[in-house]
Design a protein. Structure first.
Lengths: 107, 122
């Protein structure tokens, strides 16, 4: 099975900052990498699919990049509503494994 | 409105069984693969199982393989998860979810239900 590793596990930042999250796959997943945002008590929300395709309605300050095994999610100009936990997930093969998540907290 | 509504959760004894259901509405259910994803409160997401739009191809996490069975009834717009030989570590909120792209198992999950809670406890 493909293992997904996210770093860091938590991150503190301020409104207006630019932050980058990293997700690494244990083998190549081409570009079949998805990013989700989850807030407490809510279902996850899909932000980006296939590494860089922004979902409809997601603000353009979110962007994704990468291919193969290494991927990044970047948020420019952090807004108060962006403080949440972010997960990556591979949808290339086998069990569609998630990373362990990165919690974005207010500094 | 596109919607997924899970049901069937509850408190089950270790070793017991339960069947979760997910009723879909607002979209052509038989055009979409479907997944079950679970989450222990305060912990991360775990993909549990998936099924393609025709119901002929299925997949499972290693943690549930041989104990859980996913199925669907396209005539009833419904997805199911039969959970047998339940363990304490299966305690979680179980979501059903739909990918963003029809006729594909390669896209992210853009529609989620509200979840149903399964508690395995003696």
């Amino acid at each position: 099975d493909i293992q997904m590793t996210q770093s860091p596990s938590s991150l503190s930042a301020s409104v207006g900052d630019r932050v980058t999250f990293t997700c690494r796959a244990s083998q190549s997943i081409i570009s079949y990498l998805n990013w989700y945002q989850q807030k407490p008590g809510k279902a996850p929300k899909l932000l980006i699919s296939t590494a860089s395709s922004l979902q409809s309605g997601v603000p353009s300050r979110f962007s994704g990049s990468g291919s193969g095994t290494d991927f990044t999610l970047t948020i420019n100009n952090l807004q108060p509503e962006d403080f949440a936990t972010y997960y990556c997930q591979q949808s290339y093969s086998g069990p569609r494994t998630f990373g362990q998540g990165t919690k974005l907290e207010i500094k | 409105e596109v919607q997924l509504v899970e049901s069937g959760g509850g408190v089950i004894r270790p070793g017991g069984s339960v069947r979760l259901s997910c009723e879909a509405s607002g979209f052509n259910f038989d055009d979409y693969a479907m997944s079950w994803v679970r989450q222990v409160p305060g912990m991360g997401l775990e993909w549990v199982s998936g099924i393609n739009w025709k119901g002929v191809s299925t997949g499972y996490a290693d943690s549930v393989k041989g104990r859980f069975t996913i199925s669907r009834d396209n005539a009833k717009n419904s997805l199911y998860l039969q959970m047998n030989s339940l363990r304490v570590e299966d305690t979680a909120l179980y979501y059903c979810a739909r990918p963003a792209l029809r006729l594909s198992s390669y896209y992210g999950l853009d529609v989620w239900g509200q979840g149903t809670t399964v508690t395995v406890s003696s």
